[in-house]
Design a protein. Structure first.
Length: 362
């Protein structure tokens, strides 16, 4: 299936895979020594993370646990996860929850450490859930967002949604503040989770993610990432036709202008899709804002620019587009010691700042 894919893309995946194995090999070895948790019908279990994983995942005040979620319906599904719950929680409704979905060549612990989301979340009192794709499902831990069942809200999406429900019940999560967020293939999964469960997710964050479409195969998915969709509005029209009362889905879309894996056309089309979902009336477009970060460079006078476009429903910013110059296919502001992270504006903080503006009406 992958024989037709671009050789450069395959090389990058293999390189990321080798780097990933070096980074988490010791942590995985420790986890294998830990007995598996008891598995029961439609339950979510967790066990304390080993010190090597905890050190990489947190470094902040809070509980960092690992577990296996088991859902048993027509077929038994198991999915590993990591969960961060901060020590300090503000407000009476319980902590909000961010569901973080990793990209290809990553796992949950790697994604947490690279993005620094736990540290950013702890400062704001957020819990963070990291579902993890298995190597059995995909050799590079890629989410199969292009699969037909997944696109309809089945498969891994159904398992993740059930996992969220168990975490919400166990930790007293504020049901009005549940957010989906992801990187690359994880961004596509966050998008599908939000759009197939619009009354669960209050807002969605997509970093370097493909436009909403149904390519059905890995080859088609790669073509979409390179060229965007020729009918980007079709799936949105189908959503609105099937459910005229489909609730608006606030979205923040972040991408690198130099991304040659998921090209910028995807971000442009994602913005078109999510602004269209706010069908109550035309959105106001705020003036484009350009912000700078880091030190100025005479060699790269525009490399450190961040272009922010806001789309408003009244006074509320419902869609935000962030384009970052000099950034490739990587989480902006992440730890470069981990795969798919690069210097730039702190995407974790940008995501949380946007999420803080939105609550799901129940």
């Amino acid at each position: 299936m992958f024989g037709k894919l671009n050789k450069r893309w395959l090389r990058s995946l293999r390189k990321a895979g080798r780097s990933q194995m070096k980074q988490v090999g010791r942590a995985l070895k420790d986890l294998r020594k830990t007995p598996a948790p008891t598995r029961t019908r439609r339950v979510s279990t967790s066990r304390p993370a080993q010190p090597a994983v905890a050190a990489r995942g947190t470094g902040v005040a809070g509980a960092w646990t690992a577990g296996i979620h088991v859902t048993q319906g027509l077929a038994v599904r198991r999915m590993r996860y990591r969960l961060f719950v901060p020590d300090a929680v503000t407000g009476r409704a319980g902590p909000p929850l961010v569901v973080m979905l990793h990209g290809c060549g990553q796992d949950a612990a790697d994604f947490a450490a690279g993005t620094g989301m736990n540290r950013a979340a702890a400062a704001k009192g957020y819990a963070v859930l990291y579902p993890e794709q298995s190597l059995r499902s995909h050799p590079h831990r890629c989410w199969k967002w292009y699969d037909a069942a997944t696109q309809r809200g089945g498969g891994d999406i159904e398992t993740i949604a059930d996992m969220i429900e168990k975490v919400v019940a166990r930790h007293g999560i504020d049901r009005q503040r549940i957010y989906a967020c992801g990187m690359s293939a994880g961004a596509a999964m966050a998008q599908l989770l939000a759009l197939t469960h619009p009354r669960l997710v209050a807002a969605v964050g997509m970093h370097s993610g493909p436009v909403l479409a149904a390519p059905r195969t890995a080859v088609g998915a790669y073509g979409l990432m390179q060229h965007g969709s020729t009918s980007a509005m079709a799936p949105i029209r189908a959503l609105l036709a099937a459910d005229p009362a489909f609730p608006p889905m606030p979205a923040i879309v972040i991408g690198g202008i130099d991304d040659d894996v998921v090209r910028l056309v995807n971000q442009v089309q994602l913005v078109q899709q999510f602004t269209t979902l706010h069908h109550a009336g035309p959105l106001l477009v705020a003036p484009l804002a350009t912000k700078y970060f880091g030190r100025a460079s005479s060699a790269w006078p525009r490399k450190r620019a961040m272009h922010v476009a806001d789309f408003k429903d009244g006074a509320a910013v419902v869609v935000r587009s962030v384009q970052i110059q000099g950034l490739g296919h990587a989480w902006s502001g992440g730890d470069e010691a981990f795969s798919y992270n690069a210097k730039g504006p702190d995407a974790s903080r940008l995501m949380l700042a946007f999420f803080a503006r939105h609550r799901r009406r129940i």
